[in-house]
Write a protein that binds this ligand. Structure first.
Ligand code: UDP
Length: 356
């Protein structure tokens, strides 16, 4: 490896682990000069340790464990300060961040601030740039806008996101590469399950911090389970579990709630589910790539490419619309060919960084 420049990768949640793991593994395999910083925004065993282990990320240089003791606002402030100290010590040439989390935001801002003060000369690299839901109530929307505007290298999944960045006046290095999730899904074989079931995940702030919305989602799922005579498997985010308890929401006995499950098992469920219901971002991509139908419990999406090819459907939390869509799916009226998310994406990103 004749590329001697130093790279810091900063991450801290389940989706960041899943989507950065293939890139980190290339850094390792090809002996890049790199350091890994894990903020610990996701800290519970089944949201972080299981995933780090699964993807063989056993070489964290900084494991900050900041999520457990801090509310999300406090977390951003504390990580922002701690991460500046790390940057000053490591003085990387490149900082790689992914997506739209608070970890991503605080990391990019810390580097931007030190660059502006001439204490650092680090290129900020945003993987999964240009996503916009145009819904300012989503905390993630604010994060991704800010990160895109302070970044030097922006890797957009599709042309749609590139156009958004260009229209916002960003004139840095923008490259359409696809989404690194394809690398995590590559070469997988899936066990076949015989029983028919629906799959559900819910965790977005707008859905779970609002008792009415969370209650409505679970009520719709109960109705759907009864109507189509199928169980709903519901691996439940810790925060959602707390809210269900707090709001004392009653759940239909066909909805089988559990702790979050490891990635391999989750993908087997996704691949075998009749239909998946979710408000997750990553699942919109995974379902599309694995040719599985998704019904999204949101009114908008930052992944319009999935609507364009019809792999995804925005439910608007409208029971009638959802039942109509399920019937259409069961009557084989909806299908799509290729996913818009490319291939060999992590490699393309590292190559672009090396040669540009
Ligand atoms: N996932 C998982 N186990 C679960 C639920 C989800 O491995 O019990 C995976 C899922 O396949 C996807 C990622 O977690 O890759 C999505 O994470 P999340 O929904 O928390 O974040 P988002 O994608 O919305 O940012």
């Amino acid at each position: 490896m004749n590329f001697k420049k130093k790279i810091v990768v900063s991450f801290g949640t389940r989706p960041e682990i899943i989507k950065l793991a293939p890139l980190i593994n290339i850094l390792k395999r090809k002996k890049y000069n790199f350091k890994l910083v894990y903020s610990g925004q996701h800290y519970s065993k089944n949201m972080s340790d299981v995933f780090l282990k699964k993807f063989k990320i056993n070489n964290l240089n900084y494991d900050l464990k900041l999520g457990k003791k801090n509310t999300s606002k406090k977390f951003i402030n504390i990580f922002f300060i701690k991460f500046q100290k790390i940057l000053k010590k490591e003085k990387p040439d490149f900082l790689i961040v992914q997506g739209d989390t608070n970890t991503c935001l605080a990391s990019a801002l810390a580097a931007y601030k030190l660059n502006k003060l001439n204490e650092l000369n680090t290129k900020i690299v945003h993987v999964e740039a240009g996503l916009r839901s145009y819904d300012a109530n989503m905390p993630e929307e604010i994060n991704r806008i800010i990160v895109d505007h302070v970044s030097d290298y922006l890797f957009a999944p599709t042309l749609i996101q590139k156009k958004i960045l260009v229209n916002e006046g960003i004139n840095k290095k923008i490259k359409v590469v696809g989404n690194t999730i394809v690398d995590s899904l590559k070469k997988r074989k899936f066990k076949k399950l015989t029983k028919k079931f629906f799959l559900l995940t819910v965790h977005r702030y707008e859905n779970v911090s609002n008792k009415k919305r969370l209650n409505k989602i679970l009520k719709i799922m109960g109705t759907v389970a009864d109507l189509f005579k199928m169980n709903v498997i519901f691996p439940c985010h810790p925060n959602t579990q707390n809210k269900i308890k707090k709001y004392k929401i009653k759940i239909n006995s066909k909805i089988k709630i559990s702790n979050p499950i490891d990635y391999d098992k989750f993908l087997i469920l996704l691949k075998n589910s009749q239909i998946t219901f979710s408000d997750s971002g990553g699942l919109q991509e995974e379902a599309c790539i694995l040719k599985k139908h998704l019904i999204t419990f949101r009114n908008n999406t930052e992944r319009p490419e999935t609507l364009k090819i019809n792999s995804n459907f925005l439910s608007m939390l409208d029971e009638e619309k959802i039942i109509k869509r399920i019937n259409k799916i069961f009557n084989n009226k909806i299908f799509w060919n290729n996913s818009p998310y490319g291939n060999n994406v992590s490699n393309k990103i590292l190559k672009f960084i090396r040669y540009n």
